[in-house]
Write a protein of this length. Structure first.
Length: 165
């Protein structure tokens, strides 16, 4: 149980860090492209919104006793949203910088936009995987605890009782 809690906290911290990285890199691009129409920037706005929601939820669900295991449907939803953002960003890149996962020849001099985009795409993918693992862990935890409650005869009493008159 303690290992699951620690693993969940590590996943939440990774989700928070990855979302912050994507929000920062993507926000830098959105700031530079201020004159463009919102229709052209739709995929980047979507990725920024998903990153913002992920940051908020990761912080909320990082707080102990906030039911982070029972929030697995939310984790699954955010994971799907991240996979969609990943796909939109990969589609936008369209092979202009080579293969998406080809990391050869990348420099960190701050001027390479391909490096920035590949990093944004990579962290979006990592965030999607972390949210998916959180959902799987939460689903497993909930199923295991429901099975223990049923096997251990820990049934709740009904609130409404029939009169025996």
């Amino acid at each position: 149980m303690i290992l699951a809690d620690l693993f969940s906290i590590l996943l939440r911290l990774a989700e928070l860090a990855f979302a912050a990285i994507v929000a920062g890199l993507n926000g830098k691009y959105l700031h530079a492209a201020q004159g463009a129409s919102s229709w052209q920037l739709g995929r980047f706005i979507y990725a920024e919104v998903v990153a913002g929601i992920s940051i908020v939820l990761a912080i909320i669900w990082l707080i102990p006793f906030s039911g982070s295991f029972t929030s697995w449907p939310g984790d699954l939803f955010i994971s799907v949203a991240w996979f969609a953002a990943f796909g939109l960003l990969v589609d936008w890149l369209g092979g202009n910088c080579g293969d998406v996962f080809n990391w050869g020849g990348i420099s960190f001099d701050g001027t390479a936009s391909c490096t920035q985009w590949k990093a944004t795409i990579a962290f979006a993918f990592l965030s999607a995987i972390c949210w998916l693992v959180s959902a799987i862990l939460g689903f497993y935890w909930v199923r295991r605890h429901r099975a223990v409650a049923v096997d251990g005869h820990h049934h709740r009493r009904r609130r409404w009782h029939r009169s025996r008159v």
